[in-house]
Design a protein around this ligand. Structure first.
Ligand SMILES: Cc1cc2nc3c(=O)[nH]c(=O)nc-3n(C[C@H](O)[C@H](O)[C@H](O)COP(=O)(O)OP(=O)(O)OC[C@H]3O[C@@H](n4cnc5c(N)ncnc54)[C@H](O)[C@@H]3O)c2cc1C
Length: 540
């Protein structure tokens, strides 16, 4: 069974207690186990075989951890929905604890805006239950199909990192099942919290978390789109105006060369306030005119931008929004439906990707044509477009198993960050990727804000670029090794949740707090109960 086929469907509520087991949970609690299965990350490279446990209660989780530490066992690692691209949630010859069977939402404080849930709950499920109450997850990555445990363990970032930081910043407390089978309540500001946030599951199994939420008035996004003609233009636009947007991301055409190197489409916005829906045209011909000049030139703040720093003007400013509908009847129905259920969470689904796509289909020519089309179809500058949450945040989730399109050999997602002031390194790397003609249709640039407290958390203030590359590309390993060296020399780092191939000798310079992490792990888990392929490969 391939790893991305690990069962992930919602489980019926377990019969066990609603709160985690105590440290004295009986070791005899029954633990379902199975014969070894093949496990991979989302990129489908580097498969390895492990025994899969799927605890349904906290006692079963504790018993599974004890079994992982038994004499002769090769340890264990927690797994969520397997969306880490590389080998972080696999453990060759040992055990993998599929946490998606523990997926209860225990309590929502609808006034205070917090949720207490099991770590196996997906962000998709949280959105389903929270949006109707007017709350949204504080940070979401490019897919909703990740668990809360996976979000904390990788300390994931979203398009709002420059404003909100990464996921763990919004965690008020968590319960961690440690190597001794005991459970600890872990709160921010402690070494164990900072080792666990971004710690890739290596400090223990996260059982529950309490997360602070973001209030929203609608399930719609108000989005501004603009094109940047090259990388310099893109960096200038982001630097000058990013602070006016809660969410911000740029798609880069990495197959463009020469003067167009780094040309991009910038998409930025915020949650649409209710009055943005109310402002939709009532009749054909009454469509409000779009804002003009918004962020069209670097240095010019967008006129109606939806987010400003706390000291500035209120970010829920009234906006003029285009519905993108033409006929009178259509526009009328659209507006009526939106206003009837402004917090409805709708997620379109397209047919799944075929199980096998010939390698040549995603060659340079096809990707080049796709990129050309994608760049040209984007408006030069468009403001206040209403988009569904799923369109804005998670377009790829609409195609189940889209990772299959890279063929049997899978793909690598390469993501790195370099600090502000290191734009030269970023330019050099983008030039090299463009010159190398890496076929990539998914290349995304974001501007990170303040770094996060997690010792192995990925974000640092600066620029992060992520791109998908088919693993079958000749010479890819050596090419990426040389990019790693460039990143490390610039004081940057690669993202462990995406990695499947980094050489260990570069790790310490990329993650300066690695020694503290190793020391804490050594004390907490002297027998090495928690281990993964990633941990073995990099000596974490
Ligand atoms: C399409 C796509 C877009 C993405 N976009 C982004 C993005 O924008 N930003 C970003 O930061 N990441 C992004 N990612 C990566 C993804 O957010 C992370 O890899 C995330 O950790 C996956 O969560 P998961 O539940 O699938 O965990 P898994 O992939 O199963 O595991 C990831 C890590 O979390 C650990 N873990 C999982 N559950 C637990 C638990 N209960 N206790 C302890 N450790 C646990 C595992 O041991 C492993 O180390 C993206 C991935 C995809 C496929």
């Amino acid at each position: 069974m391939p790893a991305d086929a690990v069962p992930t469907s919602p489980a019926p509520p377990p019969a066990g207690p609603r709160r985690p087991a105590s440290a004295s949970a009986p070791a005899s609690a029954s633990v379902p186990s199975s014969a070894p299965v093949t496990v991979t990350g989302w990129g489908r490279t580097a498969p390895s075989a492990a025994r899969l446990f799927r605890p349904r209660t906290y006692e079963e989780a504790a018993a599974a951890v004890r079994a992982c530490g038994a004499h002769g066992a090769r340890g264990g690692i927690a797994r969520g929905l397997g969306r880490a691209y590389g080998d972080a949630a696999q453990n060759a010859g040992g055990a993998v604890l599929d946490m998606t069977g523990l997926d209860r939402v225990h309590a929502i404080d609808a006034d205070g805006g917090t949720v207490l849930c099991d770590a196996g709950v997906s962000l998709h499920r949280l959105m389903e239950v929270l949006l109707p109450l007017g709350w949204f997850v504080p940070v979401t990555p490019g897919t909703r199909q990740v668990t809360v445990g996976g979000a904390i363990a990788a300390d994931i970032h979203g398009k709002n990192h420059h404003v909100s930081g990464s996921f763990a910043r919004h965690v008020l407390s968590l319960e961690l099942l440690t190597a001794d089978g005991g459970i600890r309540t872990v709160v921010p500001g402690t070494p164990l919290f900072d080792a666990t946030a971004g710690g890739m599951g290596l400090t223990g199994v996260i059982l529950t978390a309490t997360v602070r939420l973001l209030p929203v008035e609608t399930s719609w996004m108000s989005v501004d789109t603009e094109r940047a003609r090259d990388l310099d233009d893109l960096l200038a636009r982001l630097t000058a105006t990013d602070r006016y947007y809660r969410y911000s991301v740029a798609w880069i055409d990495l197959l463009a060369r020469g003067a167009a190197t780094g040309r991009a489409v910038l998409t930025r916005g915020d949650h649409a306030p209710l009055d943005a829906l109310e402002a939709l045209p009532r009749r054909n011909g009454q469509r409000p005119s779009p804002r003009t000049g918004a962020a069209a030139s670097p240095g010019t703040p967008p006129s109606g931008s939806l987010w400003t720093p706390p000291s500035g003007s209120p970010w829920r400013a009234s906006t003029r929004v285009r519905a993108g509908r033409s006929s009178f009847g259509e526009a009328f129905r659209f507006r009526r439906d939106m206003l009837a259920s402004p917090l409805e969470f709708r997620t379109p689904s397209l047919p799944a990707a075929p199980s096998f796509v010939p390698d040549g289909l995603l060659g340079r020519t096809a990707m080049g044509l796709f990129n050309e089309f994608w760049y040209r179809r984007a408006p030069r500058a468009r403001t206040d477009e209403l988009q569904r949450l799923s369109t804005f945040f998670h377009p790829l989730d609409g195609v189940p198993h889209w990772n299959r399109i890279y063929g049997r050999s899978g793909f690598v997602q390469y993501q790195f960050v370099v600090g502000h002031g290191r734009e030269e390194a970023l330019r050099r790397i983008v030039d090299r990727i463009s010159a190398r003609r890496c076929p990539s249709f998914l290349a995304v640039l974001k501007r990170f804000g303040e770094g996060d407290p997690g010792w192995l958390s990925f974000p640092m203030p600066g620029w992060t670029l992520a791109l998908d590359i088919p693993a079958s590309l000749p010479g890819l390993g050596a090419f990426l090794d040389s990019l790693d060296e460039e990143v490390a020399a610039a004081g940057g780092r690669v993202y462990l949740a995406k990695d499947a191939r980094l050489r260990p000798e570069l790790l310490a310079s990329m993650y300066p707090r690695l020694p503290e992490f190793r020391a804490l792990r050594g004390e907490l888990d002297p027998g090495g109960v928690f281990v993964s392929d990633l941990a073995r490969r990099l000596g974490l």
